[in-house]
Design a protein around this ligand. Structure first.
Ligand SMILES: N[C@@H](CCC(=O)NCCCC(=O)O)C(=O)O
Length: 252
């Protein structure tokens, strides 16, 4: 397929500060992995709902990727009023992503998510998040200790079990993966209509799938974009994205 014919993937940005300036940012590793392994052209979608509505861009996109980012969703997004909710927050991202998900699913276009994007999809389907994942003795560590370097955060690995007969188990052709885990929150109540695709050893949901109006939904709590060039299993996630963008079945 020539590049002129590649599907166009929208990648949601985050509101960050670069040096002293407000910026819309996507970490390059998300773009490289999506462009190379989904074989798609990527466009950054600003998280600026006060200036641009998702319905303006959704018709021009073949799908969207909701990226990971250190900010947390406002608990009010899932119906909880919490005075001491841990930040940082990115309310504009929360708002833009909610509208993007709605617009893309209405159009029957695929929505894929990674880490925070996984959490945003769960909340978009009426699910909730838990905020106790750093200090709950019943859970395995889902992130490295806080005194580590950024790269060391992404060396924190744990196993996940892929659900029998699920999309991921059939795509990966295995029952278990070791995944890069960098998250302090996770799924509490699963969103309505979503299917669990993977769980951690402590029962925490680690991947979900769905199909709305013909639109494929697939999201993982882990980080397949991290050093994907070194990890064929990570590349599989983006190859599934490429199939979804082309309206092909994810697995035969
Ligand atoms: N803030 C949420 C989501 C975690 C997440 O997306 N981690 C990736 C951060 C690193 C990066 O991609 O730059 C949580 O903590 O659960």
């Amino acid at each position: 397929m020539t590049h002129a014919q590649r599907p166009v993937l929208g990648v949601i940005s985050c509101n960050r500060t670069v040096e002293t300036q407000a910026a819309q940012a996507v970490m390059t590793r998300y773009l490289v992995s999506a462009i190379k392994y989904a074989d798609a052209a990527a466009l950054l979608v600003p998280a600026m709902p006060e200036l641009m509505h998702a319905k303006e861009v959704a018709p021009r996109l073949d799908g969207i990727l909701l990226t990971g980012t250190p900010s947390n969703l406002d608990p009010q997004r899932y119906g909880q009023i919490v005075d001491d909710a841990p930040g940082p927050f990115d309310p504009a991202r929360d708002e833009m992503t909610a509208h993007l998900i709605e617009a893309m699913l209405e159009a029957g276009k695929p929505v894929f998510g990674i880490c925070r994007g996984f959490q945003e999809l769960n909340v978009a389907f009426g699910g909730t998040l838990r905020r106790d994942m750093s200090d709950n003795p019943d859970l395995i560590p889902h992130h490295a200790p806080d005194n580590k370097t950024f790269a060391e955060y992404f060396e924190h690995i744990h196993p996940v079990t892929l659900e029998e007969g699920g999309v991921l188990q059939r795509a990966y052709k295995t029952d278990e993966l070791n995944v890069v885990s960098v998250h302090y929150q996770g799924v509490d109540l699963l969103g309505k209509g979503l299917t669990v695709e993977a769980k951690a050893p402590d029962g925490v949901v680690e991947a979900i799938s769905g199909n709305v109006n013909g639109a494929t939904i697939l999201a993982v709590q882990w980080h397949p974009e991290w050093k994907a060039h070194e990890n064929p299993q990570s590349q599989t996630f983006f190859k599934l994205l490429g199939r979804a963008l082309r309206r092909e079945p994810l697995v035969a």
